[in-house]
Write a protein that binds this ligand. Structure first.
Ligand code: MG
Length: 381
């Protein structure tokens, strides 16, 4: 029997905004599109805003009609990403296995840890308190014998709650709940289920699996199993991080060294942007050169993990200058970043000497995300 936790941060984006601006506490706060432009959706909203009928993914125009006095924020996505990493870092200290399902959701497998952590319910409560105290983030936790049950439980517990469905009690717990709380049941499926008279999960379990297989195909069969308390018992293994690379093939082979270096500079900016969007740091920098006679070479160097354009460009430029020895024109130039480092605690030391530089690059990332990559060009300073 497995013990799976699903931890979900409560109105996560809003909670982060409140850390930076405590005046937002207790108020209807909406993170998402600008209501003045009328396009876009609600990315997240506070529980106070939900009382007006707002929910995430709702068109911003509709949200504004329902809650004109709400505080509408564009949000700070880079900060959300940093806090998400910090939560994961904290959870990793306890969880033998963790799977991040989204920026604010984590599955953890605590099977067989009762001897270390004691009662799973009390342990969940301890985790919840620690995240609140250390990171000022409220969360809800669901505990069950599989991922589906755990996810339904955390949703059931919101906000700031814990729900633990004891093994063997899955069907009883689910029976009175509305069908749309089953993960994967969207608006279309909900309507289809309602039309056939299935309103609560208990309605589904009354009919045989074959009925669902005939009515809804394979998906129906999976749904029937979930309604009966089934679900994945094991977490997905962590995905291997690949590389980030960019290359440029010249339409006409290039021999002008300055022009090639300018291309390398641009490509470096692009890969660094992607790197920072992932919230990673890279430690191996490689360049690739292809001469017009198709002789291809790569050079690489490993340095201290970084996401700094300047450091990465200087390294790449050095590699290029050492590698470009023939008096032959270049067909292709490329840069590749690998060996990504795990989040380091250091990122959270706000008084770190590197901070100003990091802040500057975060600002650049934000501007580029908003206005396009070429909106800012860095000088070779
Ligand atoms: Mg959440």
């Amino acid at each position: 029997m497995r013990t799976i936790f699903h931890l979900d941060l409560d109105s996560f984006f809003v909670s982060v905004e409140r850390i930076f601006d405590p005046l937002l506490n207790g108020k209807p706060v909406i993170v998402g599109a600008n209501p003045e432009y009328g396009r876009g959706v609600v990315a997240a909203c506070s529980y106070e805003a939900r009382e007006y009928g707002l929910h995430s993914a709702m068109p911003i125009r509709q949200a504004y009609r329902l809650c004109p006095n709400g505080i509408y924020l564009h949000g700070h996505h880079k900060e959300y990403s940093r806090f998400s990493k910090a939560v994961k870092h904290l959870l990793k200290q306890y969880a033998p296995q963790i799977e991040q399902a989204s920026i604010d959701e984590f599955y953890m497998d605590f099977t067989g840890t009762q001897r270390i952590y004691g009662s799973m319910f009390a342990f969940a409560s301890k985790l919840q308190k620690e995240i609140q105290e250390k990171l000022s983030l409220p969360c809800s936790i669901g505990i069950g014998s599989n991922k589906t049950i755990a996810k339904i439980c955390s949703d059931y517990a919101k906000p700031k709650g814990i729900t633990y469905v004891l093994p063997g009690m899955e069907k009883e717990f689910l029976s009175p709940l509305p069908v749309e709380i089953i993960p994967g049941v969207g608006k279309v499926m909900q309507k289809a289920l309602h039309e056939k008279g299935f309103r609560i999960i208990g309605d589904i379990t009354k009919v045989p699996e074959d009925y669902f297989l005939v009515a809804f195909g394979k998906y129906g069969s999976a749904l029937w199993k979930k309604a009966n308390g089934g679900g994945h018992k094991y977490l997905n293994p962590p995905q291997k991080r690949k590389s980030i690379s960019k290359e440029r093939t010249y339409g006409k082979d290039e021999i002008n060294k300055t022009k090639i270096e300018t291309t390398l500079f641009k490509l470096t900016g692009e890969v660094c942007q992607l790197l920072r969007n992932k919230n990673w740091q890279a430690s191996t920098i490689s360049i690739k050169l292809r001469y017009s006679d198709f002789v291809t070479l790569t050079r690489e160097k490993t340095i201290k993990p970084t996401d700094d354009d300047k450091i990465i460009f200087d390294t790449a430029l050095n590699l290029f200058r050492k590698a470009y020895t023939r008096r032959v024109s270049i067909r292709l130039i490329g840069i590749r970043l690998t060996k990504f480092s795990e989040f380091s605690e250091q990122e959270f030391l706000f008084d770190d000497k590197d901070t100003i530089r990091k802040k500057m690059f975060r600002a650049i990332t934000k501007i580029r995300d908003k206005f396009g990559y070429s909106s800012i060009k860095l000088g070779d300073a």
